[in-house]
Design a protein around this ligand. Sequence first.
Ligand SMILES: [Fe+2]
Length: 251
Amino acid sequence: MTCARTAMNNAEHERNAVSTILTYERRSSAVHPPNDSPGYRSTALRHPKKPLVIIPQTLSEITGPAYPYGRLDVADSDLTKQHPGEPLGERIIVSGRVLDEDGRPVPQTLVEIWQANAAGRYTHKVDQHPAPLDPNFSGAGRTLTDDQGRYRFLTIKPGAYPWKNHSNAWRPAHIHFSLFGTSFLTRLITQMYFPGDPLLPHDPIFNAIPDPRGRERLISNFNFDVTEPEFALGYTFDIVLRGSRSTPMEE
Ligand SMILES: [Fe+2]
């Protein structure tokens, strides 16, 4: 490990913070939700029932995918500019940093988001919630963290939506996040929530995280420094990849 680190430059080392080591650590941590969470019924169907088989990693697993860095443009991180017209709803800015357990920035990490529109409807054939689709909003974006681990999205505040987990079940407003490290094996997924949402205490997915401090870390902070006057409210959501302050992730 020491030799490997010596051979890596800092950027490579920090990118590798999103590593398979992380995957191991998060499974052993009380920060992250358990495989089975009875309140969130479909978790019973979402994890292996047998012990995992360790498959030797080859270059294909530990070096791919190669991001099409040159193809990222403004519209990828500005979800309000992906169609000819303006989407309906409340414009918001969501920004933050991706950090390792020591607070060091994780640069050049692909951050992807997906979300419902302002009416609480996904642009997806499976979502048949009787709320309107917005022809000017697809609800998906991506960007790379900069040298300081920062990312920024301009989007629309998502609406709450019903789901069939139990009677009168509603998901609090949320944005799904995916982080890619250096390979497919290092992808991490989580959800960001909004402060003051009255649905949070009733949401089995949010409450599947055992530690209240972990749940707190999934709630973004309203931030006047990120807010742009006459334009959009700003929220900050920092993501810590490992350690005791790590952001809870989904399996
Ligand atoms: Fe969702």
